[in-house]
Design a protein around this ligand. Structure first.
Ligand code: GDP
Ligand code: GDP
Length: 341
């Protein structure tokens, strides 16, 4: 996961370390050094020793200037953009790295590596740390009422699979979910969700193709209340072509069932498109949290790094495969570990 992004980060750290380590000393520093070094030159052993220690130490302190690192920062920004990192995020990372490094006095190359790594880590951690609704708290406050979760997103991103994974997630916690097949636009969507529900042994509420999606969701909530089920998972349509109608449809389901949580499901492989879709759904329906699918196949990591920051909503899970158990909780610390170890 995120191998390409990790590589780019490492490359930046190495380049900055090399640049500063090999940087010409200022005139003043050179003169000072010459007068100290000259007499020692006679003795081979001392010189050898000096060379050895110079791998780790420049003897003289150096100050990192903007000029030293400006081309590496530029390269970093470009390579982040290539990785589908959103422009605001790429700019923020490079600017914060510059602010942290410029003016810093360093004595050893290991210092430079350490400072650069810490600066990048802090910046990325801040970007990934987005506060959202406290799901456990909402769940507790619901008491006997079911928790209602509505899933939105474009077709093909893995929304159906993700709903099945979430059903499994709740089953594993000893809770009883019910699924609402509110993507009534495609018969295939109802069939596919039905297949997952049967495999998991979960009740599904479905009407025929073309039925009112809000009515299906409403029935699922009524069923959950009557049968004392814990969670309602609502699938919704994700057709791309008729965006305005789609958003109206989402708004109507929202009005009718008043979900506790609206989760946007996005495909991490689509990078900036996933971010754009999230912006759209957030503007017209309002989303509370994000699940990114197919992270297992995503080397770039751009969507994972940017999407939460851009819409200011947290990523709560990542899809990491096609099985029901391939769902992991997303935590900023986890992503930092992926990128820096
Ligand atoms: P929907 O149209 O959004 O409901 O998408 P589906 O749930 O049908 O998923 C589309 C395809 O993506 C299917 O082949 C899924 O098995 C696959 N898929 C979904 N989530 C993941 C994931 O996290 N990792 C991988 N590798 N594939 C996934
Ligand atoms: P409108 O269709 O644009 O007028 O939307 P409304 O805000 O009036 O929502 C009403 C819709 O929600 C209905 O068309 C039903 O699909 C659904 N709905 C509301 N109340 C009920 C109900 O008691 N039972 C069922 N099955 N569906 C309901």
């Amino acid at each position: 996961m995120f191998e390409a992004l990790k590589k780019k980060i490492n490359k930046t750290i190495t380049k900055i370390t090399e640049k500063i380590s090999n940087k010409e000393k200022t005139e003043k520093e050179t003169i000072k050094e010459k007068t100290i070094e000259e007499p020692i030159k006679e003795s081979e052993t001392v010189q050898e020793k000096d060379e050895k220690s110079s791998i780790f130490s420049f003897i003289q302190e150096k100050t990192i200037s903007e000029k030293d690192i400006e081309d590496v920062l530029w390269e970093l920004e470009m390579s982040l953009l290539e990785s589908d990192v959103a422009i605001d995020v790429a700019e923020k990372i490079t600017k914060e790295l510059k602010d942290q490094l410029v003016g810093k006095k360093v004595k050893r190359s290991t210092d430079i590596t350490e400072y650069t790594q810490e600066a990048l880590k802090n910046s990325i951690k801040n970007i990934l740390t987005v506060n959202g609704k406290d799901i456990n708290k909402i769940f507790q406050e619901k008491g006997d009422e079911p928790l209602i979760i509505m899933f939105v997103g474009i077709n093909g991103t893995g929304k159906t699979t993700t709903i099945a994974k979430m059903a499994k997630h709740f089953l594993d916690k000893g809770l009883t979910p019910v699924i609402a097949a509110s993507d009534t636009f495609r018969a295939g969507a109802i069939e596919q969700l039905n297949h997952h529900a049967e495999k998991l042994g979960v009740k599904i509420i479905k009407h025929e193709k073309g039925a009112d999606p809000a009515a299906v969701a409403f029935d699922a909530v009524e069923h959950a209340k009557a049968k004392r089920k814990d969670v309602v998972l609502i699938d919704t349509a994700g057709r791309m072509q008729t965006n305005v109608n789609l958003m109206d449809e989402m708004a109507k389901i929202k009005r009718v069932v008043k979900p506790d949580l609206i989760i946007f499901v996005g495909d991490s492989l689509t990078g900036n498109d996933a971010v754009e879709q999230a912006i759209k759904f957030n503007e017209s329906v309002g989303i509370d949290a994000i699940i990114l699918t197919k992270a297992d196949a995503d080397a770039k990591g751009g969507a994972a790094l940017s999407i939460g920051y851009v819409i200011n909503k947290p990523i709560i899970f990542l899809g990491t495969g096609q099985d029901y158990d391939d769902l992991i909780e997303f935590k900023p610390e986890w992503m930092i570990r992926q990128l820096f170890t």
